[in-house]
Design a binder for this molecule. Structure first.
Ligand code: NAG
Ligand code: NAG
Ligand code: NAG
Ligand code: NAG
Ligand code: NAG
Ligand code: NAG
Length: 253
């Protein structure tokens, strides 16, 4: 009877081992294939990441292989419990190609951090589909050769803490600036250096920042200069860190 019990225990142990091995792949097939499809959009060239900031760069995606756990891939981080991909850092990854709006990247709905800085997206537009990452807190698209209007939809990312759009071919409209100010209450870091904001006047900017009305009551609205002074001080104190304001001023000129 004893040895039967013993056999039974061994069997159980093996089953448990088998089970845990099959669970070792944290990453789901859907996520793996989404990432691998995204990879297929690009060719890799060191010329796409020419910056000093990419000193020891290499094409991170090259090591992404089927039948391995995507959570262990270079640049990919997963939630330890659920295995959701929550962070993707592909900065300085030599990527060259366009990002179409229906790309499989947007299936990774749990993403919280996305860094595509220092790549060459071939003067394509920033896809509006970033809204499909409702929990995104960090978005870094700096120096990635995007072109055109910053899409309005970006203002829906109300959990953003850090947003970096620094790049020479982008334009930011008043409406988007308004959305950024209204919706992004958690924003701590905003880099719009060299973004074309020529249509966003400083006065408008301050108005949008939602301080004018509050302050107007206080000041009485008689001395315009004084009002603006108060506005400016309030803005500086309440809303934006010094770096962000500097970037804005720089981008405006
Ligand atoms: C964006 O990514 C680049 C490259 O990794 C890094 O140097 C920069 O500090 C990042 N900016 C923000 C705001 O995270
Ligand atoms: C870059 O865009 C141009 C024009 O849209 C296209 O012809 C070319 O194939 C693209 N290059 C890459 C690497 O995707
Ligand atoms: C995206 O759309 C293009 C053309 O509209 C299509 O060829 C391609 O297969 C689509 N890709 C995905 C991932 O759905
Ligand atoms: C976003 O975060 C909330 C709160 O942490 C969570 O309940 C929700 O499932 C998350 N959504 C996605 C798509 O990850
Ligand atoms: C704020 O975000 C919500 C969705 O989260 C969106 O419906 C709304 O249009 C945004 N408002 C502005 C002013 O951008
Ligand atoms: C910025 O945008 C405005 C309006 O779209 C345009 O007239 C101007 O030439 C742009 N400036 C630069 C430096 O691209």
């Amino acid at each position: 009877m004893g040895w039967l019990m013993w056999c039974y225990q061994i069997l159980c142990l093996q089953l448990v081992l088998l089970y845990s091995l099959s669970c070792a792949n944290l990453c789901s097939n859907e996520q793996s294939s989404a990432l691998l499809h995204f990879k297929q959009l690009f060719s890799f060239s060191k010329d796409s990441s020419p910056s000093w900031d990419c000193d020891s760069s290499y094409p991170k995606m090259m090591d992404w292989k089927e039948d391995t756990d995507c959570c262990s891939w270079e640049g990919v981080s997963c939630d330890r419990v659920m295995g959701h991909v929550i962070s993707l850092d592909l900065s300085c990854s030599w990527l060259q190609g366009n990002i179409p709006s229906n790309t499989s990247l947007f299936l990774l709905s749990h993403l919280q951090k996305l860094n595509l800085a220092y790549n060459d997206f071939n003067l394509s537009q920033i896809p509006s589909d970033f809204v499909r990452f409702p929990n995104l807190t960090h978005l870094n698209l700096s120096h990635s050769n995007f072109f055109g209007q910053v899409p309005f939809q970006i203002t829906h990312l109300s959990k953003l803490i850090s947003l970096n759009l620094c790049g020479y071919h982008l334009t930011l409209e008043t409406l988007v600036m308004k959305g950024l100010v209204q919706n992004m209450s958690h924003l701590q870091e905003l880099d719009l250096y060299s973004v074309n904001m020529s249509t966003v006047a400083l006065e408008k900017l301050e108005e949008m920042m939602g301080r004018r009305d509050e302050v107007a009551g206080e000041v009485g609205g008689e001395n315009r200069r004084q009002l603006e002074e108060v506005n400016r001080r309030q803005l500086e104190e309440d809303k934006w860190p010094a770096a962000a304001r500097r970037e804005m001023a720089a981008g405006r000129s």
